[in-house]
Design a protein around this ligand. Structure first.
Ligand code: SF4
Length: 313
């Protein structure tokens, strides 16, 4: 048996559901029970998992979200050092300081934050629902202003498409893998692949978004490619892992990276070998090192923010 076959056998034997984010390595997609983006996986973790264990193939904040939504289940992370530089831009203490500076203004944060950060917010959002969530929470608070963090580019995306005054917290927060895209990348890609459609994630800088044919989440990009034929192909402006997934699922279509350096090292820490080791640990003293637990006083508050997002989506 190769490692993928061993993982499949072990996850059935141990009763584990494997959820994988699109940015993990392609081999991980192939052994996962479900693949998705942040919102999709959150909903699956909450409503559609009937095993006692969830192995979350993604960065740590995603496993935390699964734990917050499923306190009765055991959540496992194959590598708890897989963090997110974007999430590190904003802590709960930071938010409390902004609340003093901007009293009575609702706080919206991207799901790419720690549970501790979420616990200090009014609501979370993803790149797919950021506009809708921002409008709804502002309406609920009877205001035209929101605090939005930690991604300055997603904040700008919301600001440009609503009548809201969107205050970015902190001002410079960004995902280094999406913020590296430049106008020159677009010019070069379009010159090399004329007539290819440019799809860009809202975590990319606004000047790059403005040159895109389509702006959307990873799931949005997948749907777009599925629904739109284009013989000249598609230029993909998000983390490189989505390209691998698109090629796998659409072998007859052509895909080109906007910038091949957009590779999230943290997502790539989740390897088949580590997943196998994690599964093998279940029921042994080693299991605990892979368990993701969020302290209940934080989890209860973070849950309100996440559930509100799911309800409003
Ligand atoms: S791609 Fe960016 S936002 Fe996503 S996990 Fe990596 S660093 Fe964080």
């Amino acid at each position: 048996m190769d490692i993928s076959e061993k993982i499949s056998a072990l996850k059935t034997e141990k009763g584990v559901t494997i959820l994988a984010h699109y940015y993990t390595p392609l081999g991980v997609h192939k052994i996962a029970d479900r693949i998705g983006d942040s919102l999709g996986l959150s909903k699956i973790a909450k409503n559609e998992v009937d095993t006692d264990y969830i192995l979350f193939a993604g960065v740590l904040f995603m496993a935390e979200t699964a734990s917050v939504l499923n306190p009765a289940k055991t959540i496992l992370s194959p590598d708890k050092s897989a963090g997110c530089p974007l999430a590190n831009f904003l802590s709960g203490d930071d938010i409390e300081k902004y609340k003093i500076q901007y009293p009575d203004i609702p706080v919206v944060v991207y799901v790419n934050t720690t549970a501790e950060t979420k616990a200090h917010t009014d609501i979370c959002c993803t790149s797919s629902n950021a506009i809708k969530i921002s409008q709804k929470i502002a309406e609920e608070h009877n205001t035209d202003t929101i605090l939005f963090g930690p991604d300055k580019n997603l904040a700008s995306y919301v600001r440009d498409r609503t009548d809201l005054k969107v205050i970015s917290i902190p001002g410079l927060g960004n995902c280094p893998r999406h913020n590296l895209f430049t106008k020159m990348d677009v010019v070069n890609a379009k010159n090399t692949h004329p007539n290819a459609i440019l799809l860009v994630h809202p975590e990319a800088p606004p000047e790059v978004q403005q040159m895109a044919d389509y702006i959307g989440s990873t799931s949005g990009m997948l749907n777009y490619v599925h629904e739109h034929e284009n013989d000249a192909g598609y230029i993909i402006g998000t983390e490189i892992g989505l390209m691998d997934h698109l090629i796998w699922k659409n072998p007859s279509k052509k895909f080109f990276p906007l910038n091949p350096k957009s590779l999230c090292e943290n997502m790539k820490k989740i390897t088949l070998e580590k997943i196998y080791t994690t599964l093998k640990s279940i029921g042994t003293p080693e299991e605990e090192q892979f368990q993701v637990k969020v302290p209940s006083h934080i989890a209860q508050k973070a849950l309100l923010s996440i559930e509100k997002m799911i309800d409003y989506s």
